[in-house]
Design a protein around this ligand. Structure first.
Ligand SMILES: [Zn+2]
Length: 258
């Protein structure tokens, strides 16, 4: 076992570089806390997050009862204003794959720190987690999404924000991750929202519904216009003309809301 302020690494089998991993956990955690929670202080966690490493896919599957293909997952108990338990379970047989799983699952652990009364909506939880992953993964999801968008098969945002379960069908589930990630990405990149502003909108949309929350954020923008802008962006994320026009619109919106 190796331990830090917020993490405890547990492992069996061949020795691993546990001290290095605990440092990676601390750093990843703090980067995510700053980005999404606006937290600059390094808070101690009570309880700490237990990180369990498994030497192989079969060992992971045998002990967690989760398919080896999942590679890892976060196990959190949250409610009544606090986090009651935090754990990360990860395979330890492919360091590149593990790095991707670590940052994704760590995002769930960090977001749970903020959503201690009501659970974070699924789209936001997975969308933010996907955005934390290395660029190759995001790029392949964006390709999949552009293809779906070209065929006019994207789920309406209102429906996406209401989904409580990830679709079971593998392709539909990938599309769900892609669409959720792209929505968060659009808010950050095109709408220039900070992490804390995105979380505020997410909380608002859980309470009041997407359309109402959006109206509060952008009084001059209809939900339909937002959705059209987002779909266009999915097809052409680098369209600078559209970006300039939307930046103009946002200014008008900000003035209107003053
Ligand atoms: Zn996830």
């Amino acid at each position: 076992m190796a331990e830090s302020e917020r993490f405890r690494i547990h492992y069996v089998g061949k020795s691993i570089k546990a001290a290095e991993l605990v440092t990676v956990c601390e750093r990843t955690c703090q980067d995510l806390r700053e980005l999404w929670l606006g937290a600059t202080e390094v808070a101690r966690w009570t309880p700490k997050c237990d990180v369990y490493l498994y030497p192989s896919g079969s060992e992971f599957e045998r002990r967690t009862r989760v398919p080896a293909a999942a590679w890892g997952f976060a196990d959190l108990a949250v409610g009544d204003g606090r986090v009651w338990s935090r754990a990360l379970h990860m395979r330890n047989d492919d360091s590149k794959r593990q790095a991707r799983v670590l940052v994704h699952e760590m995002t769930h652990v960090v977001l749970a720190e903020h959503f201690v009364n009501e659970p974070i909506p699924r789209w936001a939880d997975e969308g933010i987690a996907v955005l934390s992953e290395p660029p190759e993964r995001r790029e392949s999801l964006m390709e999949l999404l552009a293809d779906e968008a070209a065929k006019r098969r994207l789920m309406p945002i209102k429906d996406l924000t209401r989904l409580s379960e990830i679709p079971r069908d593998p392709r539909q589930s990938e599309i769900f991750y892609a669409q959720s990630g792209a929505l968060v990405d659009y808010l950050v990149k095109r709408k220039k929202m900070s992490g804390t502003e995105v979380l505020k909108l997410v909380e608002d949309s859980r309470k009041r519904g997407w359309d109402t929350a959006l109206k509060k954020q952008y009084p001059k923008l209809t939900a339909t216009a937002f959705e059209t802008g987002w779909r266009d962006w999915v097809l052409k994320p680098d369209d600078e003309k559209a970006a300039a026009k939307e930046a103009d619109d946002s200014q008008v919106e900000e003035l209107a809301s003053d």
